[in-house]
Design a protein around this ligand. Structure first.
Ligand SMILES: Nc1ncnc2c1ncn2[C@@H]1O[C@H](COP(=O)(O)OP(=O)(O)OP(=O)(O)O)[C@@H](O)[C@H]1O
Ligand SMILES: N[C@@H](CCO)C(=O)O
Length: 311
């Protein structure tokens, strides 16, 4: 879409990260969306259409706009001011990649408004730099299950479409900022734990790519990098795991930095897992989600998102 077009639309999916053992390197895009409807204007104006976004700045100090300007500047371009109407289904600070979705929205905004024609690798690189790691960032850009390496010098990410499973997200009624959850992590990890941790991540990935979901689910428990250290921040995790397994889930893990807990389930078990967990945690929001295999994209009105009503 070029700068001459009057209106533009951007859609960015939510994401989960780690999936258990893939700390800071494995992520997956989910069917909850941040949507922007924009048009060029004589000044920056950000209008929140969702209650959760109402506390964010309505001018060019809004994070999405700041990211867009920085990315455009990186390519030596200046952004024309826009009027942006933003709505989001992605809860904030719950481990469902709201910050990554805002970053990716900013990158897509720069891509459209400054006509940058960025590739998905370039978008993933910029998003990973802002976010600090590629798991949520690349998932929101590329869709599917992503695996990535990221450093100050380079970002390499691969994405794989995922079919035939549903994701149950057990979303608590409290926020947990990623920064606070990362502060619970140790400075060092014993060599033996690192070997077991990376082996679990490798086998998880091999199991997913060969469609062996029971083995993938088993590997979700064998993380050595983060879940043990964060357990006190997410006391509901063991009970979710127990009930999900009893109702046919493949596996359960902390979603990103938490506090959401995520279960991978066969489609046939999605409703019973959802109902059981919602009854057990009446104050939490238990959702059945699809994996998003498309990633971020300019959205056209005819693509109107229909919510998954699985159960
Ligand atoms: N649409 C948005 N516009 C502006 N800022 C946002 C937006 N969405 C998220 N943020 C910022 O990101 C913060 C949440 O980021 P944080 O990394 O703590 O959680 P998360 O991204 O939801 O979870 P996780 O990284 O574990 O998946 C919000 O408190 C807010 O500052
Ligand atoms: N991999 C990150 C995801 C949250 O940003 C973490 O677990 O801290």
């Amino acid at each position: 879409m070029s700068v001459e077009s009057e209106m533009f639309y951007i859609r960015v999916p939510a994401s989960t990260a780690n999936l258990g053992p893939g700390f800071d390197s494995i992520g997956m895009a989910l069917g909850l969306y941040l949507d922007i409807q924009g048009r060029y204007s004589d000044r920056w104006e950000v209008i929140p259409l969702s209650e959760e976004l109402s506390s964010f700045p309505s001018d060019d100090s809004n994070y999405i706009v700041m990211v867009a300007k920085e990315v455009a500047e990186y390519y030596g371009k200046k952004l024309r001011p826009c009027r942006l109407e933003i709505s989001s289904e992605i809860p904030l600070a719950r481990g469902l990649g709201s910050s990554a979705s805002a970053i990716v929205a900013g990158i897509e905004l720069a891509n459209i408004a400054a006509d940058l024609n960025l590739s998905t690798q370039e978008k993933s690189r910029h998003a990973s730099i802002f976010e600090g790691h590629p798991d949520n960032a690349a998932a929101s850009v590329m869709g599917g299950l992503v695996v990535g390496w990221h450093s100050a010098e380079v970002t390499d990410v691969l994405s794989f479409p995922i079919e035939g499973i549903k994701v149950i997200a057990v979303i608590p009624d409290y926020e947990l900022r990623t920064e606070d959850s990362r502060n619970a992590l140790p400075e060092k990890l014993a060599f033996k734990d690192a070997i077991h941790g990376s082996a679990a991540a490798n086998v998880f990935l091999g199991a997913v790519l060969s469609g062996n979901w029971p083995l993938a689910g088993e590997m979700m428990k064998r993380d050595r990098f983060h879940q043990t250290y964060r357990a006190h921040l997410v006391p509901h995790l063991p009970r979710v795991e127990e009930l999900a397994k009893a109702n046919g889930a493949f596996g359960t893990a902390l979603s990103g930095a938490g506090p959401t807990v995520l279960c991978l389930v066969p489609e046939s078990a999605a409703c019973s897992v959802q109902e059981t967990l919602q009854n057990e945690f009446p104050d939490f929001d238990v959702k059945v989600l699809d994996v998003d295999n498309e990633g971020s994209k300019p959205l056209f009105l005819e693509d109107e998102h229909t919510k998954s009503e699985w159960c």
